[in-house]
Design a protein. Sequence first.
Length: 316
Amino acid sequence: MIEKRRNMFFNSAGVFLILLLVASPGILLTQQENEEYESITSNLCVDCHDKSKTDTMIVEDLAGSIHDGFDCQDCHQDKGTMPHKTDPNFTVISDSCKGCHTDAAEEYTTHGQESVDDDPEAPTCVSCHGGHNILPSDDEASMTHPSTVPRTCSNCHENINLTTKYDFLINHPIEIFDTSVHGIATMGGSKEAASCRDCHSTGGSSHKILSPGNSNSTINHFNIPKTCGQCHESEEKEFWEGIHGILVKRGETDSPVCTHCHGEHGIIPPGDPRSRVSSIRLAESTCTPCHESAALSEKYGFRTRRSETYIDSYQA
Ligand code: HEC
Ligand code: HEC
Ligand code: HEC
Ligand code: HEC
Ligand code: HEC
Ligand code: HEC
Ligand code: HEC
Ligand code: HEC
Ligand code: HEC
């Protein structure tokens, strides 16, 4: 952590140095060519901008945030003159956030399938962390805390226009998650239950949320047992020892992983009669679709209409 702070210090110092170098010839030019631009400092900003778009006091938002004590121009480096100059190449996100947080910027290159730079709908640093009100993720009021991150993701993943545009299979992951055993526990304040971050962060980082088709993704078929096994160690072990796990290890996509039987966002306890793995629904909704499939029977040579026997053997 100390190492990280030190890096950040150097990084921000680096940014200022570069800015100085880049800015000085600009200032000279301005003075020579254009007397109308007057340079201004951060203490003047609030004279004209006291409130944000969402009607909160910018100074108060900043004072309560991790960037408490920063000058407006630490982020709004392009607003150094009155009137403001328009610099089409400058954005707060690419030039300020990424300029200081180089580690996060290097890590955050892909969300879903595509490179984030190629996709205007992909989340930016600000969509997940906020702007003036950024808090560290272990603060309960932070947009990235496990209990609040579902709301942050829902800004886009409960948006029907977006889910249609990208053809996502799951239209309401958050609505469903909220009713699940993990959702109820997380909202109730549990730090142990799974939130979006726990199942979707490849390599433990929410800056690497990848599509299921990517072989490195935590939600790729072959990686799901390990993803759930972070917390359900004994079930993961049993799974790999059973026939389904042996087949998955061998590279079979026909064989089920945890989510085929339990679901993903809507997981509820097996004792709940609505659960797909409750004894009442097991045969009809979980084992039968595969075990009575003609194609699989042919491939693996198992006889159909034997679900009941399978269940007996599985639950024994
Ligand atoms: C004298 C009034 C005045 C001062 C002082 C001033 N601004 Fe502005 N600012 C404006 C006006 C007017 C606009 C809208 C037109 C434009 O972009 O030039 C604006 C636009 C902006 C925007 C873009 C807003 C948006 O909705 O996209 C930002 C960000 C901004 N200013 C930040 C600053 C910062 C940071 C400072 C201090 C260094 C500052 N301003 C000082 C008047 C001011
Ligand atoms: C930690 C970086 C940071 C600091 C410090 C900062 N801002 Fe911002 N500001 C942002 C970001 C990020 C946005 C949103 C940009 C976007 O959505 O593209 C923003 C947006 C704005 C806007 C546009 C209107 C709005 O509310 O979205 C204004 C005006 C503004 N800031 C003024 C200020 C003033 C005045 C200060 C100093 C009191 C300040 N900012 C300090 C990062 C910062
Ligand atoms: C001038 C450099 C600078 C800029 C610009 C900047 N930050 Fe920071 N940021 C820092 C520093 C320094 C810290 C404090 C680090 C610490 O205490 O560990 C920090 C803290 C954070 C944290 C919490 C880190 C933690 O370890 O808890 C997040 C998240 C964050 N910044 C995101 C952003 C985003 C998003 C933007 C753009 C809107 C941004 N920052 C702009 C320097 C900057
Ligand atoms: C899809 C949402 C998302 C995006 C986009 C995103 N972050 Fe994060 N970020 C998170 C979450 C959630 C965490 C908490 C740790 C984790 O789960 O990886 C985090 C952690 C961090 C941290 C470490 C401090 C902490 O609070 O734990 C920093 C610094 C940071 N992000 C900066 C950035 C910057 C800069 C960008 C843009 C280049 C960015 N993030 C983009 C979600 C996001
Ligand atoms: C600003 C909007 C936005 C936010 C916020 C956002 N996402 Fe996304 N997400 C997208 C878009 C757009 C895509 C499709 C990108 C692509 O594939 O190129 C996507 C793709 C995904 C995918 C991959 C889907 C697939 O089939 O490839 C997952 C998983 C995902 N997001 C989870 C999350 C989680 C978890 C969060 C919260 C931490 C989150 N997203 C926050 C817009 C967002
Ligand atoms: C218990 C683990 C788990 C949790 C918690 C979880 N997810 Fe997922 N999620 C998955 C799995 C597994 C898939 C892949 C489903 C598939 O490929 O059939 C997935 C798929 C997705 C997709 C892609 C859907 C598509 O059609 O491509 C999105 C978006 C998504 N999750 C968002 C979220 C959000 C937002 C949260 C938090 C509210 C969340 N997930 C919580 C396991 C989880
Ligand atoms: C970050 C840790 C974590 C991850 C990852 C996780 N779970 Fe859980 N899971 C929990 C916790 C904690 C509970 C108990 C919640 C409660 O009721 O308080 C739970 C409960 C359950 C239950 C109900 C158990 C019962 O007896 O009521 C099932 C089933 C389950 N998880 C399956 C899964 C599957 C399948 C995955 C992967 C797709 C997964 N979990 C991922 C932590 C996790
Ligand atoms: C072929 C279907 C199937 C697969 C695959 C599967 N489970 Fe289960 N799981 C069940 C059934 C049926 C039950 C309820 C009966 C029992 O406890 O054996 C159950 C029970 C559970 C429980 C509750 C245990 C308890 O004591 O209450 C958890 C947690 C769980 N599974 C997690 C997982 C995880 C994690 C994986 C992947 C590594 C997984 N399951 C794979 C069918 C499956
Ligand atoms: C996603 C499809 C799928 C699901 C769901 C599924 N299985 Fe399987 N299962 C397979 C495949 C494929 C095999 C491999 C058959 C072989 O190698 O003989 C298999 C093998 C088995 C075997 C050992 C092979 C045999 O013929 O004796 C048992 C027992 C079994 N499954 C029980 C179950 C039970 C019980 C459930 C429900 C809880 C279930 N399966 C759900 C696909 C599935």
